[in-house]
Structures are given as C-alpha cells and as structure tokens.
Design a protein around this ligand. Structure first.
Ligand code: MD6
Ligand code: FE
Length: 216
C-alpha cells in the first residue's frame, strides 16, 4: 500500500501543534507508511549512498547525507550549495512519489519540491542551529519527515541567539516550516539511540523536502 492509497487517518485530520510557527503533525505516518517510506529510503541509498560531507573548514558533519530529486544539497571545501549530481557524477535518484503526495497534502502549495535531503543520524550525530536559506525562493515551505529514533528538536528565533524551545520528534512526525517561521533557526541536539527499530543499523532518518530552483 502506498501512502497515496491509504485513507486519511485520525492523526492526519487532527490540527497540528504549532511551536513558534512550525506546524508539527504528530504521527502523520502510521507504522505501515513509515515502513514503506523506509523501504523507499533504502532504494535511494542504493543509488546514492549517504556520505558525511565536510564543511568549508574541512570538518566532517556528524550527520551522513544524500539527496533525491533534481538538486541535492552538499557541502565541501567550496561551501554549501545545491548540486545537480552526486560527487561521483551520477544524478540523484528521483523523489519517491509518496513524498510528493505527502508534500501536497501537508502544504497545499501549487509547486512540487525538486529536492529531498536524506539525513542519517547514527549515535552521537547532531545538527547545529541553522536557517534553511540556500533555496532560490524563500517563501516556499520546507517539510520534514522523521523516521526511526526520537530526536530532540530545538527551535530558536529569526535572529541568532535568544531563548529556544525544544521538543522530541518521533518516527512518523511531519514538520512544516512556512510563512513567518520559514527562516527561523532550528537544529537537532541529539537522538535517543535504540528508541526505534525502524532504521536498519539503528538511528534516525530525516527527510526534508524543498523547492530549490526558481519557479518563475
Ligand atoms: C532534522 N531538520 O529534523 C533536521 N529543516 O533532522 C531540519 O533541519 C528542518 O525539521 C527545515 C524544516 C524542518 C526541519
Ligand atoms: Fe533545516
């Protein structure tokens, strides 16, 4: 069964929790949908293995990354950017249809994402507070889907610094960052290792869908 074929469940029709403008749809994907999406992630990894990219300063990130879609996000000595191919020259695999369907259901915007960043957090991986601002048009939403181990998600402010709020994201949760919150700082402090058995080898997968190229 694909996500598109599944009937809307109670979690999907429930109003999301809103924290600092982030809409948090808890349990958006039920267990069969999470398993189907994890299988799709496995197919992406076959064509585009996760790698730990280095920053401009040469330090590897703790998160292993790959992408699907026309453009994939990478970082290396030249800095952060979107690229039309993997470091070895192969194109990124296509975005799984179930994610395009999820995007449409959760955002309702008239464009589809052209990039899906696939992040793998093993034990000890984290992601510092950041803004998502490498896209050409910053008014489109960013949608994130969590699979596997729970993660402590921190939400800050538009400017750097200031008080933050944290919450645990669980497998199947979907977060929509849109509108006034589109440039809010956010990050992952840590995962809770062993809290889920969904990801082969353990850990957490986070998928973020974005509209990267100019639409007009
Ligand atoms: C993560 N998420 O959950 C990292 N970005 O592993 C993000 O960086 C993120 O959750 C944009 C919108 C929603 C997010
Ligand atoms: Fe982000």
């Amino acid at each position: 069964m694909t996500i598109a074929e599944s009937s809307p469940n109670a979690a999907e029709s429930a109003a999301p929790l809103v924290v600092r403008g982030f809409a948090i749809h808890r349990g958006f994907l039920d267990a069969p949908a999470q398993a189907a999406l994890m299988a799709a992630v496995g197919r992406i990894w076959t064509e585009a293995p996760p790698l730990r990219p280095v920053t401009r300063w040469g330090k590897p990130l703790s998160v292993a990354m790959t992408s699907a879609g026309a453009l994939g996000w990478t970082t290396d000595r030249r800095g952060y950017r979107y690229e039309p191919a993997q470091p070895d020259g192969r194109p990124w695999p296509p975005i799984p249809p179930m994610l395009l369907d999820l995007w449409q259901r959760v955002t309702g915007v008239p464009v589809l994402p052209d990039s899906c960043l696939v992040n793998l957090y093993r034990d000890g991986a984290r992601m510092g507070l950041h803004q998502d601002r490498d896209e050409a048009e910053l008014h489109w939403p960013v949608v994130s889907v969590s699979l596997g181990d729970e993660a402590l998600f921190r939400i800050g402010n538009l400017e750097r610094g200031g008080a933050t709020e944290s919450l645990w994201l669980q497998s199947g949760d979907v977060v929509v960052m849109a509108g006034a919150a589109r440039l809010t700082h956010h990050g992952i402090d840590r995962i809770r290792p062993g809290s889920s058995a969904l990801v082969p080898g353990g850990g957490r997968v986070n998928l973020t869908l974005r509209v990267v190229a100019p639409t007009a």
